[in-house]
Write a protein that binds this ligand. Structure first.
Ligand SMILES: [Fe+2]
Length: 229
């Protein structure tokens, strides 16, 4: 992927917080969670949420900023091979930052409406394309469970076709690597770090329970905004 695309990709959501680094370079920072670490229990433990956010996501942010700083150096020196070498670190860590920034918004405590099914246009689209919400959940669970190694399962909107679809990405590849027209409505992290402390190796149980805290309101808002655009 072109460097320009990667940089655009990492800026795609306003949720990605920016600051200015010591050389005037833009840097990314860890977004706050919109709820307490323990607020998603019992579906996802507070310990998982705290480590996932404070350690894993923070590491992606730190390494993304470091790679972008090295990229700036390499560009300044005209070191073409160093620029190429940095692409994978930028994709992996930038993708990790993009994906987790979306993921936190895809979750919501039950007391605040987490797990409540989507209404309106997205609910209609799901019924039309998948028959029912239950069918969609089953498809995402089976694709998420079957994904080898680490990655993500997504409910995406193809904004050109104005159609929803289920996709998976490996490692920290963001959804846009599967198509420039794809907008993430909902992404579920199926890395072991997202569930192992609570669910051990039983990824299907994690996938079954996470729907109890899914923020369908967020997914519906993104869908409606993109459809109207
Ligand atoms: Fe994660």
């Amino acid at each position: 992927m072109a460097l320009r695309s990667l940089l655009l990709l990492s800026k795609q959501k306003q949720t990605l917080k920016l600051g200015l680094g010591f050389r005037g370079l833009q840097t990314f920072s860890l977004p706050d969670l919109p709820y307490d670490y323990g607020a998603l229990e019992p579906a996802v433990s507070g310990e998982i949420m705290r480590i996932h956010h404070q350690k894993h996501h923070q590491t992606y942010v730190t390494n993304y900023n470091a790679a972008l700083s090295r990229l700036d150096d390499a560009m300044e020196k005209g070191d073409a091979s160093a620029v190429v070498h940095l692409q994978s670190a930028i994709k992996f860590n930038g993708g990790g930052h993009v994906n987790h920034s979306i993921f936190w918004q895809n979750l919501k405590p039950v007391s605040e409406g987490g797990g409540e099914p989507p209404h309106g246009a997205l609910g209609w689209a799901i019924d039309q394309d998948y028959g029912s919400l239950e069918n969609l959940v089953q498809k995402m669970n089976s694709e998420g469970a079957a994904l080898q190694g680490s990655g993500w399962v997504w409910l995406a909107l193809d904004k050109e076709l104005k159609k929803i679809k289920v996709e998976t990405t490996a490692n920290q590849d963001p959804l846009v690597t599967k198509g420039a027209n794809l907008v993430p409505l909902l992404g579920i992290d199926v890395w072991e770090h997202a569930y192992y402390l609570q669910y051990k190796n039983v990824r299907p149980d994690y996938l079954k329970n996470i729907w109890k805290v899914i923020n369908w309101k967020y997914a519906s808002e993104v869908y409606q905004n993109e459809i109207a655009a």
